[in-house]
Design a protein around this ligand. Structure first.
Ligand SMILES: NC(=O)c1ccc[n+]([C@@H]2O[C@H](COP(=O)([O-])OP(=O)(O)OC[C@H]3O[C@@H](n4cnc5c(N)ncnc54)[C@H](OP(=O)(O)O)[C@@H]3O)[C@@H](O)[C@H]2O)c1
Length: 307
């Protein structure tokens, strides 16, 4: 199915799943993979919260979702700004209620990796810290059986992440900053899975590589043509369509095949083994604690791992 013209739900084998009555928040759904995943989940009957910064693009996605019969609304939040992430979480908690699916998908490869107001390198803040904060603030809203899905990247395989140095780093290229933020995505998704189990929450957390997708905004920022990037990271030296990329997101969001599966990493709707650095339990714990410190918040799900 990958490489075909089919829509993401067909590629993922979930075209008969009925998500009526469930709500999904897809961050970064004003364009690219998030937009495609939002439309797919909407076609399956889910109510969708569309997110991004671009209000016009967000409204267009809402219009497209309503055209396929889905209930949809757009909520803007800039992931460089913790107060906007909090406002997004508050809107969802108070106006949407329960979430069955949280797709942590917003992110990208940014040319500017100076510090944000938190004193953190920008790519790390947008791609990792904000989804961490959003997930923490949405924990009370995740319904039994809910699924948290984090869009990482195969780029994590060539990343190095020093958790003691997260401020603006001289000489850190945008690509290196991107890859280390994507390693952080998998470390985060795995630690979240572990803590949810320890807390007795019936909520799963998985991460994925969506493919190398030239059809999205992201690819215009890559340091080399997409097929070369595929070769560089040693996996799938081919390119994927936006529908291919969204297929693994919606597979993790809705397939019965992954019901109860947690703490795993996927590509092309199949479980894969991530790089050894991504399954380093000590690094997972340290990133979790360090992220809370950087945000100045209490460590989420701390009780679950104490004593
Ligand atoms: N395309 C690929 O080949 C590829 C490969 C591996 C992983 N990924 C990952 O897939 C995810 C989606 O990327 P894409 O390829 O679909 O890129 P995209 O088309 O550029 O979409 C990125 C989305 O993130 C949102 N976003 C970016 N910066 C933001 C910020 N500061 N605050 C809030 N939202 C922000 C954008 O919304 P606004 O513009 O409205 O703010 C947009 O909706 C990313 O996490 C990316 O790292 C992509």
């Amino acid at each position: 199915m990958f490489g075909s013209e089919a829509d993401p739900e067909t590629k993922a084998g979930i075209e008969d799943v009925d998500l009526s009555g469930r709500t999904a928040l897809v961050t970064g759904s004003t364009s690219g993979l998030g937009r495609e995943a939002a439309l797919s989940l909407g076609r399956l009957g889910a109510d969708i919260v569309v997110h991004g910064r671009d209000r016009d693009a967000g409204q267009r996605v809402v219009d497209d979702l309503e055209a396929v019969g889905a209930d949809a609304r757009f909520v803007a939040a800039d992931f460089e700004r913790p107060e906007e992430v909090s406002a997004l979480a508050e809107t969802v908690r108070e106006e949407v209620g329960e979430l069955a699916v949280l797709c942590n998908n917003a992110g990208g490869l940014f040319q500017d990796n100076s510090e944000t107001d938190l004193g953190v390198e920008r790519t790390f803040h947008i791609n990792h810290l904000s989804p961490y904060q959003l997930t923490a603030e949405l924990l009370p809203a995740l319904s039994p059986g809910a699924r948290v899905i984090t869009t990482a990247s195969v780029g994590h395989r060539i990343a190095t992440l020093n958790l003691d140095r997260l401020a603006a780093l001289t000489g850190l290229s945008p690509w290196a900053a991107y890859c280390r933020s994507k390693l952080a995505n998998i470390l985060f998704a795995n630690e979240l899975a572990r803590r949810l189990v320890a807390a007795g929450r019936n909520v799963t957390s998985n991460s994925l590589h969506p493919g190398i997708v030239p059809g999205s905004e992201f690819s215009r920022a890559l340091p080399a043509p997409a097929p070369q990037i595929g070769e560089l990271v040693g996996e799938f030296p081919t390119t994927d369509s936006v529908e291919d990329g969204a297929a693994t997101i919606v597979y993790l969001a809705a397939s019965e095949a992954v019901e109860g599966v947690t703490g795993k990493y996927f590509a092309r709707c199949r479980e894969r083994r991530p790089a050894p650095d991504a399954v380093d339990a000590e690094a997972q714990r340290k990133l979790w604690t360090r992220s809370a410190e950087l945000l100045g918040i209490e460590e989420p799900l701390a009780d679950a791992v104490e004593g």
